[in-house]
Structure formats: structure tokens, C-alpha cells
Design a protein around this ligand. Structure first.
Ligand code: SF4
Length: 222
């Protein structure tokens, strides 16, 4: 079954937002990437330390550029994993900042999938996105394009293996089998990018409102 045959009208989006609230998370819908940028910035207090998860969406809405610029001016303390940029040729990591991100005030990331009942589905290679998503930073901001909305967790996992992971592996310029074939074959490569599956069914009750999800009415990320 295709992933994008959902008719996501306003009432459907409002239902998703309500489901996130029931799951102790806060979600917003914004129409486009410019509004997403303003919304994300409004959630980040001046002077905050900020960690980054690997995400094309953060770059696409222009958030990384703003944070880098403002960080140089001393307005934020950005733990930038990608000083060399996210490029089609591959991602170059600044290793130490991955660890600093675990105790940052704010952690920013995208999501592999968002379900109609307000859950987040992510699969990581090393866990540098999913670990701070569930524990550590005081506030988490997830930026996700409307293309990532799926019916349920099962469909989200299928989307990751059939769509996102092969494209992501190609972005990292790896020689994984899915880059060659476009399909997952449950590889055992040391470069495998699908090692840790984290589904946020519900944020912990004492962490109500810690995870903030900005759903953008545009296609973003992979
Ligand atoms: S398990 Fe391996 S082959 Fe499958 S999508 Fe992940 S990296 Fe690619």
C-alpha cells in the first residue's frame, strides 16, 4: 500500500495534534518551512545550549543556518555536529558534540515517521538521535514534513525500511546494499544505519510537554 494516500485535511491534522497531547507531547501544525523556522526559534530561549540530531528537515527550514549565525554572535551555544555541512556527498561528524548534545538545554531532530495516533517512529544507526530524544535534554523539538505522516507504527517502520533508510544511506555515501538496490535486505554491514528502533508511544508523565513536534505542511526530509 502506498504511503501517501492519506487525505490529510484540517480536521485530520487537528486529530493528530490532539493525539500528541494525549501522549504528553505538544504538537503544532504550520503551513510552510518559513513558519516552521519561526515556530522552532520561538521555542528556543536565548543563551540555550543546543544539540543536533541528524536531520535534513532542520537544514531545509533554514534553522541550522540561523543557529550557526546566532551562535557565532553568542546568542546560543550550538553543539554543531555538522561543521562541514550536510551534503549529498556525506555527513561529517564532529564527534564530541554528539556527547554534549545529551545534556543540552534543547535537542533538535527530525523524525522518520509520525503516526495518526500521535506517536514518533525513529530508527538510528548509533543512537545519537534517539537517545537524547527520550532522555537528557530539557526540551526536544522535532521538525517533521507532512510526508512523514503514516497510519500507524507498522506503516512507519515499513516506510523507514523501504523509503527513508535507503535514501539516508545514499546521503551518507555508504556502500550499503540498500543504496544499490533501493530495498532493505536486513544487512549485517558494520555501516548499517538501522540498529536502534525507538517508538515514542507516550512521553513520561513527569516530562509532559518536553517533546515538541512541529508538523510542516510541506514535504521535508527523506
Ligand atoms: S538494515 Fe541495512 S540494508 Fe536494510 S535499510 Fe538498514 S542499512 Fe539498508
Amino acid at each position: 500500500m502506498p504511503f501517501q494516500d492519506l487525505s490529510l485535511d484540517d480536521s485530520m491534522i487537528q486529530k493528530i495534534i490532539a493525539k500528541f497531547k494525549r501522549n504528553n507531547m505538544i504538537a503544532w501544525f504550520v503551513p510552510d518551512r518559513q513558519t516552521a523556522l519561526s515556530k522552532a526559534l520561538s521555542l528556543i530561549p536565548e543563551g540555550a545550549s543546543i544539540g543536533l540530531g541528524d536531520s535534513v528537515a532542520l537544514q531545509q527550514i533554514g534553522l541550522l543556518d540561523v543557529l550557526r549565525r546566532e551562535s557565532k554572535l553568542g546568542n546560543y551555544r550550538l553543539f554543531d555536529r555538522y561543521r562541514h555541512g550536510i551534503s549529498p556527498e556525506g555527513v561529517e561528524d564532529d564527534g564530541l558534540n554528539k556527547y554534549r548534545a545529551l545534556t543540552a538545554d534543547i535537542f533538535l531532530l527530525g523524525a522518520n515517521a509520525v503516526t495518526l495516533d500521535g506517536k514518533l517512529v525513529n530508527i538510528d544507526g548509533a543512537g545519537t538521535r534517539v537517545a537524547p530524544l527520550i532522555f537528557g535534554p530539557k526540551k526536544v523539538i522535532v521538525v517533521v514534513g507532512i510526508n512523514k505522516i503514516v497510519r500507524n507504527v507498522e506503516e512507519g517502520l515499513r516506510r523507514i525500511k523501504e523509503v527513508a533508510a535507503p535514501l539516508n544511506a545514499a546521503r551518507h555515501a555508504s556502500k550499503l546494499p540498500c543504496v544499490r538496490t533501493g530495498k532493505c535486505n536486513d544487512c549485517s554491514s558494520p555501516q548499517r544505519i538501522c540498529c536502534y528502533t525507538v517508538i515514542v508511544d507516550k512521553a513520561w508523565g513527569r516530562d509532559k510537554g518536553r517533546i515538541n513536534v512541529i508538523i510542516v505542511g510541506e514535504k521535508l526530509g527523506l
